[in-house]
Design a protein around this ligand. Sequence first.
Ligand code: FAD
Length: 276
Amino acid sequence: MDKSVIDRRLEQMKAEGVIFETNVNAGEDLSVRYMQRSFDAVVLTMGATTPRDLQIPGREWTGVHFAMDFLRGQNRKLNGVTEPTIHAKDKRVVVLGGGDTGSDCVGTSIRQGARQVIQVELLAKPPQQRSVDNPWPTWPHILRTSSSQEEGCERLWSVASKEFVGENGGVRGVKVVDLQWRGRECSEVKGSERVLEADLVLLAMGFVHVEHGPLVQEAGLCLDQRGNITVDEEAMTCVPGIFAAGDAVQGASLVVRAMYQGRRAAEGVERYLAGR
Ligand SMILES: Cc1cc2nc3c(=O)[nH]c(=O)nc-3n(C[C@H](O)[C@H](O)[C@H](O)COP(=O)(O)OP(=O)(O)OC[C@H]3O[C@@H](n4cnc5c(N)ncnc54)[C@H](O)[C@@H]3O)c2cc1C
């Protein structure tokens, strides 16, 4: 999306009286107690940013990074803040994870001048069209190709990563094996082990839950089994006056869902304040 759309919306919200304060780490720079004392209601929308890690042998080699550390660096460069510390130029890049984050890593690597980009997905390659057990109106599980992937990367499906291979402290490849899927079960294909050469490996395998930092802990928020914040039908957490919405509640998801939840939380806050 063109960033001017976001700028326009920010200006509109400022004109409506919303005050934006950036570079503030809520929970650390602002204590929960201070926020509760100073505001009649608090809405937490800090996303689900704890990345899923891959603890296989060789995880400690330099050159193995979480996707967001790589992508954030590029955003900071584009905003003229700092040069990225992780760069794909002239590197053979392996992206582990076939979702939106992985796709952004593919596009960013190509634009930074990567020598080669391979994207690896654990699950099987989706069909071109809906299968019989995936009828309308359920979400279509079909093969999608993003504009980043169209820029030129090799995509592998049904592939598991077994080890990061390295030398002299730096990663040199990912040992992988093909998988045979039968329904939800899978097994390794004998003799299919091989090493995908790589100087940069980006872990884009999703996010496990909201960060369990001071904001969550100091407030004493209740979490669900997956580690995200639980809310009631009014979007209020188990702490009266503290609401939550978006990925912090539902786990890593989509912008449209976060927007829907944000609106629900706004309605919940309105009813809460009206009833006080
Ligand atoms: C790389 C990537 C690509 C994606 N691509 C797509 C896509 O193509 N389409 C789509 O629909 N969805 C996509 N998503 C998912 C989408 O971005 C999220 O579902 C959506 O942004 C969730 O909105 P949110 O407001 O809940 O959280 P976020 O958008 O994650 O916003 C949380 C904000 O809170 C801030 N924050 C966190 N902790 C604190 C704190 N303690 N104090 C102050 N601020 C804090 C963070 O810096 C962040 O700005 C993508 C996600 C990623 C990571």
